[in-house]
Design a protein around this ligand. Structure first.
Ligand SMILES: Nc1ncnc2c1ncn2[C@@H]1O[C@H](COP(=O)(O)OP(=O)(O)OP(=O)(O)O)[C@@H](O)[C@H]1O
Length: 610
């Protein structure tokens, strides 16, 4: 399939936008401090001490050299003062090393803790969001950018800290240089201006490129997964797809590589050019200091101090501006993270939310419900009117795409109807908080999740607070026939499932389904929904599973979606959907008498078994 050609020129982020991203920095630091206040404050104190050391070390060095010169000229040598100075420099050097290590350690620990904290928040936030947000590709780009740069955020923290530390170093060194020779500041400015120009020129470019490539990067991740994972391996091998997938991956990656190489070359080229100018200015200053020393204005110690201080100042200032660009770039990612965390979700949190009744007393009612998926113009279901009575088992049947799962999503309030309303015991469900309302339901979707965790966890996911309640897990496994699966596995409930992790065991489709059904039994839900839960079970297991389900959930409300009519007929009533509308609804006998689509499909399947 030819790929559509896409302009991949990044939108350049301007300097103002780069600066604007810094507004998130205070919040960022507040969050880091909250993660571990003791470590945070120790880090700040260490950095303040560390910042004052370079100028002190340089100055003691100058005193040592001057003292050496004095002692060389002296007739009667007294080295006591010299040794004190050497000991002081030695002490400062040790202190500087210890403090630097302390800073690195606390940076790493704080960074790790903050990174864990943000990952947990991203997981929690994702679970709070509505399904329409989760199914939106723009949302995925946001999520991708929020997830990215977890390590970048750690670097950002240390960069900002170092920046503050360097400001103190720069000011103290500047003070030292100005005290001896103020005119050196002019040369310093000349040496540093090229770096500033360079940084302004490239500010935000890497971020712009990465941002404009968010979608493609997700595509690359997907292609990597499709080409190299156990899930896709069978078809990739059988259809010989690896060459195709690898080529698709490569051609997309090459485009990114070309762009990023262009940027890297420009940066390196301009960087070297400006650096030559900066270095020339430094040597200009150096020559000037030498002349002044030879002329007898400066002592040898002052020469060493000034040239050392000048050189350090230049590299510190250069580092300051380069780091500034790195900080604004990382802060742009920070902005993505906070924007994601601040995403609002349409939970009806208004004060008027009604408390949810303990039990469903009369049932649910769909009144003229119509629905279009977000960003779609098509009515997926329309003019839907039916009642799901309390205690009733209602089956949905219909061809693929008829809208069965969509009705379930509406009943569960993953989406709100585009028109019409859904009532619970006569009250619009909109008046309840979705998160509370959803607690009513125990659901097994057709694409239920096969968690690559232990079997126990897979069952307990239905009511995770009860994971330690062995009796409840046993009972759920027994009801769903998952007990047979447990007894066949060497480690029973503690068996790791799936192939991704060590000693994991993969299960057959039917075995997974039994475990998923156990999950529904685990939750003592008011309403049970089974969306094609038995499609992978063999005929005997399916009949058994359904008969058990009907017995075990007596008095409970349930919705069952199935394409197997032998299953469907066990339900109290059956609703037939066609092209998003209710075609007929009634008991098996009524629909057979009706002699419309249900009777036709039932007879078709029955004939297949003859
Ligand atoms: N998230 C979505 N965004 C846009 N359209 C969707 C989405 N999910 C489903 N649809 C569309 O809605 C229609 C109904 O889908 P639905 O999943 O409800 O059908 P179904 O009756 O459950 O089908 P099946 O028997 O194949 O499971 C289909 O045309 C489908 O393409």
């Amino acid at each position: 399939m030819p790929r559509k050609k896409k302009s991949i020129e990044p939108n350049k982020i301007n300097l103002r936008e780069s600066f604007a991203s810094l507004k998130f920095v205070p919040r960022f630091f507040k969050e880091i401090r909250k993660v571990n206040p003791l470590l945070f404050h120790s880090n700040v104190i260490c950095r303040v001490i560390n910042a004052s050391l370079p100028v002190l070390i340089l100055y003691v060095g100058k005193l040592i050299i001057d003292e050496v010169v004095v002692q060389i000229a002296a007739e009667e040598k007294n080295l006591d003062h010299l040794w004190i100075l050497v000991a002081a420099e030695f002490g400062l050097a040790i202190l500087s090393d210890l403090i630097s290590r302390g800073i690195s350690l606390s940076d790493a620990l704080l960074g790790d803790q903050y990174s864990i904290d943000t990952s947990v928040r991203i997981i929690k936030k994702t679970s709070e969001l509505n399904l329409d947000q989760l199914e939106d590709s723009e949302f995925y780009d946001k999520l991708e950018r929020a997830r990215q740069q977890t390590t970048g955020r750690v670097a950002l923290m240390s960069n900002i800290f170092t920046q503050g530390e360097d400001v103190v170093v720069i000011l103290s060194l500047l003070g030292g240089v100005v005290a001896y020779e103020p005119c050196l500041i002019i040369l310093l400015l000349v040496s540093i201006i090229p770096t500033i120009i360079n940084e302004i020129k490239f500010s935000g470019t890497s971020y712009s490129l990465a941002r404009s490539w968010t979608q493609e990067r997700r595509e690359l991740d997907y292609l990597r997964y499709a080409g190299a994972s156990d899930v896709t391996a069978k078809e990739v091998k059988l259809f010989g797809l690896s060459g195709y997938l690898a080529q698709r991956f490569k051609s997309l990656s090459d485009k990114y590589y070309t762009q990023s190489r262009k940027l890297a070359r420009q940066r390196a080229g301009w960087g070297s050019f400006f650096n030559i100018i900066g270095t020339s200015a430094y040597y200009g200053a150096y020559i000037y200091i030498i002349f002044r020393t030879v002329a007898g204005v400066f002592s040898i110690g002052t020469l060493v101090f000034l040239s050392g201080a000048f050189n350090r100042l230049r590299s510190k200032l250069q580092g300051f501006f380069t780091r500034f660009t790195a900080i604004t770039e990382s802060a742009l990612y920070l902005q993505d993270y906070f924007e994601f965390i601040d995403l609002s979700f349409a939970e009806n949190a208004s004060a008027e939310c009604l408390p949810l009744p303990d039990k469903v007393s009369s049932g649910f009612e769909f009144k003229n419900v119509g629905f279009k998926y977000p960003k779609s113009e098509k009515w997926v279901v329309r003019n839907i009117n039916f009642k799901l009575k309390a205690g009733e088992k209602l089956a949905f049947v219909g061809e693929n795409g008829a809208g069965k799962t969509t009705l379930i999503k509406l009943l569960l309030r993953f989406y709100e109807p585009t028109e019409g309303e859904i009532l619970l015991d006569g009250i619009p469900v909109k008046q309840y908080k979705p998160s509370e309302y959803q607690q009513y339901f125990g659901v097994i979707f057709q694409d239920f999740v096969k968690f690559e965790l232990t079997l126990r966890e897979n069952i307990a996911m239905g009511e995770i607070e009860e994971i330690k309640n062995q009796k409840r897990i046993d009972s759920a496994a027994q009801k769903s026939l998952a007990q047979e699966v447990v007894s066949e596995l060497p480690l029973g409930y503690n068996q790791q499932l799936g192939k991704r992790f060590k000693n994991g065991k993969d299960l057959s489709g039917g075995q997974w389904q039994k475990i998923a059904i156990a999950r529904a039994y685990m939750k003592d839900a008011e309403v049970l929904i089974l969306d094609e839960p038995t499609s992978a079970l063999d005929a005997r297991a399916e009949t058994e599973a359904f008969q058990r389900f009907i017995q075990l959930t007596e008095g409970k409300t349930a919705v069952i979606i199935s394409h197997r009519f032998s299953t469907v007929r066990i339900a109290d009533r059956i609703m037939v959907l066609k092209d998003g509308a209710v075609l007929e609804i009634g008991t098996h006998e009524e629909l057979m008498q009706n002699d419309k689509l249900y009777a036709e499909l039932f007879n078709l399947q029955a004939a297949g078994y003859k």
